[in-house]
Write a protein that binds this ligand. Structure first.
Ligand SMILES: [Cu+2]
Length: 525
């Protein structure tokens, strides 16, 4: 693939520059660097021979751009990322030793060694180091040639269809522990109050991995949210270059049911809330709304967190939860597996696109050193998190038999929660740190509810025995949260479940209410 690159810096319809589009097609950020060398500084030495000579070698699917080194001779990548402070796990700075051409040279020191599979002296006196996907990018996966661009379908017993990435892609991600790393990436941002209490976040035992910027606490967290998902998107597009459209976002926010695949249309429900529509319009006109977001991180925080202080829900959450198939093993609402879901990439691709438009409007280039470094840091972080989590421990827990239980909660309330809520609030990835179903005993579900502080309900407890009208869970499902007088900075008044196909009947509501009213007793064994 030799998508147009030379002189392809003009902006398309005020959208992302074609350079970036081309970069994304192949798409490791290190290719962005190469491209930006030719895009952002036309006329520089970097836009000349070495750069052009290098692209086909990489884009042709070899994955490892041996051709770059060959063509470039002594050209070394000007490494804006290698500015120190990168927790690089021992990899030496790359590009060192190579001649830097016009500040935008091409070719990566040591990549030639990686290409051979064994470290050896690189050409031009380059530093030799082992292959490093965070710096080299991922090679195209052989299975790419056999894929179609169609997602797989998973069918629930009620006929709901979940769309899932093709099996080879799931295998690729699994082999790299992406599901667990991505899950841990979010959880580790909830260890210090990002979500309370951290019931299922074993990752929090790894204190050294807990970032100071916890979920939704500040703009830095918002920035990391954008960057880490871009890291994943671009890596996948590099690994499956012929099917990069699997990881392409919605072309615009799905305002109408017809904007989403036909398999999801039955779950459209009542559409979007007025607030989400307003948020979407703000983002779709991002070039006119720059002043609302002083920094990229502010934009990321707005997308990820919404305006929780004012009770506004986030557009990221709304997109995640609208199409949840509760019983799906690939549920969009289950953080442990949601990256398997086709929709995950549609929604995150769209978010990434909005962010890129913001960057372009702000005059930020794809090779901005801050971004390059942040991408590398996020790649390293995911790797460290994946290594810290032991997937076999998780599997063992899933195989532990549950106790036999009885009682009102277990027999009447639990089935409702299981049907309506467990797609997002499961034991394995409890949204808001609250498990309402999955492989968990009813005793533990109740323990996580009764007299437990709510995560996004201000002063409210989840369940106050005998008092449904002051129990945040009941207020949320009955639609009374907005008028309940939640105070503080963590009030999300959105009705649960989110607007979509799954609904609670009046009978369901009264079952839950009666259980709370009678003192919310735990199950018996
Ligand atoms: Cu995520």
């Amino acid at each position: 693939m030799t998508t147009g690159r030379a002189g392809a810096c003009d902006h398309v319809n005020g959208h992302i520059s074609t350079c970036v589009r081309a970069a994304r097609a192949w798409s490791s950020w290190f290719v962005v660097l190469l491209l930006s060398a030719s895009c952002s500084s036309p006329g520089s030495a970097g836009s000349g021979s070495a750069a052009s000579g290098g692209y086909p070698a990489f884009a042709g699917g070899a994955g490892v751009p041996a051709g770059l080194v060959g063509a470039g001779g002594a050209a070394g990548l000007a490494p804006p990322v290698a500015t120190g402070g990168v927790p690089s796990g021992g990899a030496p700075p790359f590009g060192a030793g190579g001649a830097i051409v016009g500040g935008a040279g091409t070719g990566i020191g040591g990549v030639s060694a990686a290409a051979g599979g064994a470290p050896s002296a690189g050409a031009g006196g380059q530093v030799v180091r082992p292959p490093d996907h965070c710096m080299d990018g991922e090679p195209a996966d052989p299975s790419d040639a056999m894929l179609t661009s169609l997602p797989d379908e998973w069918k629930a017993t009620n006929g709901d269809i979940d769309l899932v990435l093709p099996k080879p892609v799931l295998g690729w991600m699994g082999a790299r522990l992406w599901e667990v790393s991505h899950d841990a990436w979010h959880n580790v941002r909830r260890c210090k109050g990002g979500g309370a209490p951290p019931t299922s976040t074993a990752i929090c035992a790894h204190k050294e991995l807990i970032p100071p910027d916890q979920e939704c606490s500040d703009a830095e967290d918002g920035y990391e949210f954008l960057v880490t998902h871009r890291h994943m998107i671009m890596t996948l597009r590099a690994a499956f270059p012929q099917h990069a459209d699997l990881f392409q976002g919605f072309p615009h926010f799905p305002f109408d049911a017809t904007d989403v695949p036909v398999q999801w249309q039955s779950r459209w429900g009542t559409g979007w809330s007025a607030q989400i529509q307003a948020t979407a319009r703000t983002l779709e006109a991002i070039e006119s709304n720059l002043s609302q977001f002083p920094t990229e991180g502010d934009l990321g925080k707005y997308i990820q967190c919404g305006g929780m202080a004012s009770g506004a829900s986030s557009i990221h959450g709304a997109l995640h939860f609208k199409w949840v198939v509760n019983s799906s093993p690939y549920s969009l609402g289950k953080q442990t597996v949601n990256i398997d879901n086709y929709m995950f990439w549609k929604l995150h691709g769209w978010i990434d696109e909005i962010w890129e438009r913001y960057r372009v409007a702000k005059g930020l280039t794809p090779d901005e050193p801050k971004l390059m470094e942040a991408m590398l840091v996020q790649c390293r972080e995911m790797q460290a998190l994946g290594n810290a989590v032991d997937p076999s421990a998780r599997a063992a827990a899933a195989n532990t038999p549950l106790p036999v239980e009885h009682g009102v909660f277990h027999e009447t309330v639990r089935p409702i929660l299981e049907r309506v809520c467990s797609g997002c609030h499961s034991e394995s990835s409890p949204e808001a740190n609250m498990s309402l179903g999955g492989h968990i005993s009813s005793a533990d579900v109740v323990k996580g509810l009764v007299n437990v502080q709510s995560a996004h309900g201000g002063q409210f407890l989840r369940i106050v025995p005998g008092d449904p009208d002051h129990s945040w869970l009941y207020l949320k499902i009955s639609g009374m949260a907005a008028t309940a007088g939640c105070t503080g900075t963590a009030c999300n008044n959105e009705v649960m479940p989110p607007t979509g196909q799954v609904t609670l009947s009046a009978a369901d509501l009264s079952t839950v209410r009666q259980w709370i009213q009678s003192g919310a007793p735990p199950p018996t064994q």
